[in-house]
Design a protein around this ligand. Structure first.
Ligand SMILES: Cc1cc2nc3c(=O)[nH]c(=O)nc-3n(C[C@H](O)[C@H](O)[C@H](O)COP(=O)(O)O)c2cc1C
Length: 386
């Protein structure tokens, strides 16, 4: 019997060999939205990581929808050609399902990568930035640019961009799509009362604020093959007074379920300055996923946020708190995280034949290299399975 973490799960026609998912991680290394050798290197090693699914980074559906000038896009033929090559390369040696997160940064677009924030948040037009768009003309915060209001025509353009990128993702050969409705980017800007002060049918009540994201997602669902899943990264809580709360996340998840969405990943925050995030601890957002699972029967939930140890991840799945776990920084730190997790949990690590000499079964030094896992696990209150 495999552990809960390494048991398979089916999302529509897509079989995941296990519940370990590479969380989307921006690389800020693209040129004009097009994947570079860095992206190939990055995706290629995760494709042999043993994860059940890898999801590529937030990818702009139009050029002005990129978070930074270095973010991936899927709005041009060049963008599409590079990602088609990337998937083709992976398919020559791995069956690991590969998804892409489609996104629009809205009023938080045209910013700098994290390692350049000392120069300021925003990239000016002279420096290669662009005018940003938003649900209203209210900037993200002091010193941030004033967004261009998305009128009916603007909304149609954005919706159409999501649909076109969906079609491109299908042509590239992606197995699934995740829609980004979190972290303060455009679709989250619509859902949250912190950022959506519109007075038309897209603002006001939660029903109105969800309307545009739901229209976008419905149109994407109609444009993507029925056997391929679409998931949505949502907001569990804004952590701002007067912002989105878990009750809103549950209502949104119910609406997404009606559209045939296959899972939600409740994350948090970053829609407005002044976020009051409690001290973060391991698995601090797991209760969001748990609540969605409880209140929206039949909807799969992916847990994310400081899930770092195999035993911790396994407990989340085994106890029914979530159906999948998204692993971010722990995967960056250890791109073979899922091999090591499988070994720690008594499962078989998915090591490709060419690297099998590093398999713990035949490599006597393995316990010496990975021996510290027990102390770490105990320190975090999780017993290691023998
Ligand atoms: C460098 C970096 C880039 C990220 N890029 C994205 C992204 O493209 N899309 C997204 O939804 N979340 C992104 N995140 C958030 C992660 O997917 C994840 O939710 C977060 O890091 C918490 O999980 P962790 O504790 O396992 O890292 C990023 C996080 C980091 C550290």
């Amino acid at each position: 019997m495999p552990s809960a973490l390494f048991s398979p799960i089916k999302l529509r026609g897509l079989e995941l060999a296990n519940r370990v998912v590479l969380s989307p991680l921006c690389q800020f290394m693209a040129k004009d939205g097009t994947a570079q050798p860095w992206h190939f290197m990055n995706a290629y090693h995760y494709a042999v990581s043993g994860a059940g699914l890898i999801i590529l980074e937030a990818t702009g559906v139009e050029d002005v929808g990129r978070i930074t000038p270095g973010c991936l896009g899927l709005y041009s033929d060049e963008n599409e050609a590079a990602l088609t090559q990337l998937i083709k390369g992976i398919r020559s040696y791995s069956n690991t399902p590969v998804g892409i997160q489609l996104s629009h940064a809205g009023r938080k677009a045209s910013t700098r990568p994290t390692w350049e924030l000392h120069k300021g948040n925003n990239v000016s037009i002279e420096d290669g930035g662009w005018d940003v768009t938003g649900p209203t003309t209210e900037p993200f915060g002091e010193g941030w640019p004033t967004p261009i209001y998305l009128d009916e025509q603007g909304l149609t353009r954005v919706l159409d961009s999501f649909v076109q990128s969906t079609r491109r993702a299908q042509r590239c050969g992606f197995d699934m799509i995740e829609v980004h409705v979190a972290h303060g980017y455009l679709l989250h800007q619509f859902v949250s009362p912190m950022s959506n002060k519109r007075t038309d049918k897209y603002g006001g009540s939660l029903e109105n604020r969800m309307r545009f994201p739901l229209e976008v997602i419905a149109a994407m669902r109609a444009a993507f093959p029925a056997e391929k899943p679409i998931g949505v990264r949502i907001t569990g809580r804004d952590f701002n007074e007067g912002g989105l709360e878990l009750e809103d996340a549950v209502i949104f998840a119910r609406e997404l379920q009606k559209l045939g969405i296959d899972y939600v990943t409740p994350s948090a925050g970053n829609v407005a300055p002044g976020m009051k995030i409690p001290p973060v601890s391991p698995g601090y957002m797991v209760p969001f996923a748990e609540r969605v699972k409880q209140d929206v029967p039949g909807m799969n939930a992916m847990a994310v946020g400081l899930i770092v140890l195999p035993e911790q991840a396994n407990e989340i799945i085994a106890s029914g708190k979530a159906d999948m776990v998204a692993i971010g920084r722990a995967f960056m730190d250890d791109p073979r995280w899922a091999w090591h997790a499988a070994t720690a949990l008594g499962d078989t690590p998915a090591i490709p034949p060419a690297w099998n000499r590093a398999n713990p079964k035949v490599w006597p030094a393995y316990p010496m290299v990975h021996g510290q896992s027990r102390e770490m696990a105990e320190g975090m209150g999780h017993a290691r399975r023998e």
